[in-house]
Design a binder for this molecule. Structure first.
Ligand code: FBP
Length: 557
């Protein structure tokens, strides 16, 4: 029998907080249409690509008479991409609004991500089933997957599955790519008069689905709080034992929002920000210098310990490293990989590599520790490309720093001790019990998604804003996904996409970090956020991220 933890039992009883305008019951939710919208850029091109869904109005819900059409709703829901805390509550909010509207409405959960829709693999949600997942982490309620719904053939299959079950709407819970595809699917359904609406919900722990309409993606709050708890614990250990430099990599496939938020929470000695590295065109050696500088300054004060946060996507922001990767991909393209693999020893392989790379690329390759050099040639994706996400960048930078320190020691400029520990925090945070913020936000997103369906909207993202205020003051509504789109070059083609939000170097979160980091690099200024609190005073339990507080002017610069 499955044993439940005391917290799990307690969390089942938690009642997520809805925005004030959704609190009076389904019969008291009216809709207010705002201005017609335009895409953020490339208006003519986006309009031509989305003739049926472009330019729709923004939506806000209000307290007032519910005037939506009465019809039986059969809704399909899909979880897409990496897990993010709160996903279950999106499904619960959707289910509760759907059943409160009409108990004969049906919610189908497609299993294993978007492929569940294509394969017609689903479960029908019931009270008994859904109640096991309220306010819990994970995506195991239906599972998730990374299949992309993007081709006409897939859309035709999806349409057929919808017709078979009488589905009136699909809710896609995903990141920027999944919501881009939700917009394309919505357009397809509209163009084919299939009578199926599509609504998206903004998910990703990476925090890079954010724009003037979406204040943050769900899961970012809980994941960063979980990593920050662990980093704070390491900082305390570090400051107790005073003998290690800890290099901690945190998830975030490309943007550095997670690393930055963890730094704002814990005040480590160094935090690398990929976007800054790219803007300043820093080399690997420049980045290592930043860390070595902190090590030396602290050693001079007798502190041979410290904490460095490294974002997962850092190496792709180092221009010379990206060029090296591009050359390696080229070097091993097609049959050339077989010739390389046939070489017996690493020395022979090194000869092949030296001959095949330009001098600039080889110089970069040559400074990498051998373990990382070999990783670049061993870990390939199905297309034969280097899997950058698997590179152990925390080990790469700690080794580069060691080389720097050895050189400085020889010159008599550094006399400290340098012992290192390495960590990678990623999966530890993606399925944590959602913080109260994520539990409330996600439930509201799901509830709200159903209201958009009920009022007949298609191609919208469920939007809940004013998130730095108490939930009572949150604003529920919807935004046409096309409003968030522009044209970008992807795989050699112009594509309509939602722009990925990178860390803005003139934004308040980075500015705050920049203003304090010199002091953090030299002194011990660690802060220990501790574990996420679910019960207790609101200022402890409902706290948002520092990033959101700074962005919304709730924390002084
Ligand atoms: P999404 O963009 O799908 O939300 O996933 C983000 C993420 O958690 C990244 O932080 C990480 O790089 C990646 O997923 C890991 O993916 P996988 O689960 O396939 O190992």
């Amino acid at each position: 029998m499955k044993e439940l933890s005391a917290l799990q039992i307690a969390r089942y009883q938690y009642v997520p907080k809805l925005p004030g305008m959704l609190r009076n019951g389904i019969k008291e939710i009216s809709v207010k249409e705002g201005e017609a919208t335009q895409s953020v850029a490339d208006q003519e091109k986006i309009k031509a690509l989305f003739p049926n869904t472009y330019g729709k109005k923004e939506i806000t819900f209000e307290k007032g008479e519910n005037t939506s059409e009465t019809k039986k709703q059969v809704v399909g829901v899909i979880l897409s991409g990496g897990q993010a805390p709160g996903g279950h509550n999106v499904v619960c909010g959707l289910y509760d609004a759907l059943k409160a509207t009409d108990k004969d409405n049906v919610l189908l959960g497609f299993k294993g991500g978007p492929s569940g829709l294509l394969e017609d693999s689903y479960i029908e949600m019931t009270d008994e089933y859904i109640d096991q997942y309220r306010n819990t982490g994970g995506f195991d309620i239906i599972g998730s997957g990374r299949t992309k719904l993007e081709t006409e053939e897939q859309f035709a299959v999806a349409e057929e599955v919808c017709r078979k079950h009488g589905i009136t709407a699909i809710v896609i819970i995903g990141g920027d790519d999944s919501n881009t595809n939700a917009a394309v699917l919505a357009e397809y359904f509209a163009a084919h008069n299939s009578g199926v609406q599509v609504i998206g919900c903004p998910k990703t722990i990476d925090g890079d689905l954010k724009n003037e309409d979406i204040e943050c993606s769900f899961g970012f709050d809980t994941a960063t709080k979980t990593y920050s708890e662990l980093i704070g614990n390491i900082e305390r250990d570090c400051n107790s034992a005073k003998k290690y430099w800890h290099f901690i990599k945190v998830m975030g496939r490309s943007a550095s929002h997670v690393a930055l938020e963890c730094a704002l929470e814990t005040q480590p000695n160094v935090c690398l920000i990929g976007e800054e590295v790219a803007a300043k065109k820093m080399s690997l050696s420049d980045v290592a210098d930043v860390i070595a500088d902190s090590v030396c300054k602290r050693a001079a004060k007798g502190m041979n310990f410290g904490v460095v946060i490294v974002p997962e996507g850092i190496v792709e922001f180092v221009p010379e490293f990206s060029s090296l990767i591009a050359e390696i991909n080229e070097l091993l393209a097609g049959e050339k990989a077989d010739a390389f693999n046939a070489l017996a020893s690493w020395d022979e392989k090194l000869g092949f590599i030296k001959e095949g790379l330009t001098k600039e690329a080889y110089d970069v390759f040559a400074i990498l520790p051998q373990g990382i050099q070999q990783q670049l040639f061993l870990e390939r994706d199905p297309h034969g490309n280097v899997q950058v996400s698997l590179i152990e960048s925390e080990k790469l930078f700690s080794a580069l720093v060691r080389d720097k320190l050895d050189a400085l020691k020889k010159e008599g400029k550094y006399k400290g001790k340098y012992s290192t520990q390495h960590h990678f925090f990623g999966y530890e945070g993606r399925c944590a019990f959602p913080s109260n913020f994520d539990a409330d936000y996600c439930y509201s997103l799901g509830y709200n998604a159903f209201m958009l369906i009920q009022y007949g909207y298609n191609g919208y993202l469920s939007k809940v804003s004013n998130l730095s205020a108490p939930a009572e003051e949150w604003v529920a509504g919807g935004m046409p996904i096309t409003k968030m789109m522009n044209i970008e070059r992807r795989h050699g083609q112009d594509k309509p996409v939602i722009r990925k939000a990178l860390v803005e170097l003139d934004g308040n979160p980075f500015k705050y970090f920049e203003a304090h980091r010199e002091e953090w690099a030299e002194e011990t200024c660690y802060t220990y956020p501790g574990a996420i609190q679910y019960y207790g005073p609101s200022e402890v339990c409902d706290r948002t991220t520092v990033t959101l507080a700074l962005e919304k002017g709730k924390k002084e610069l």
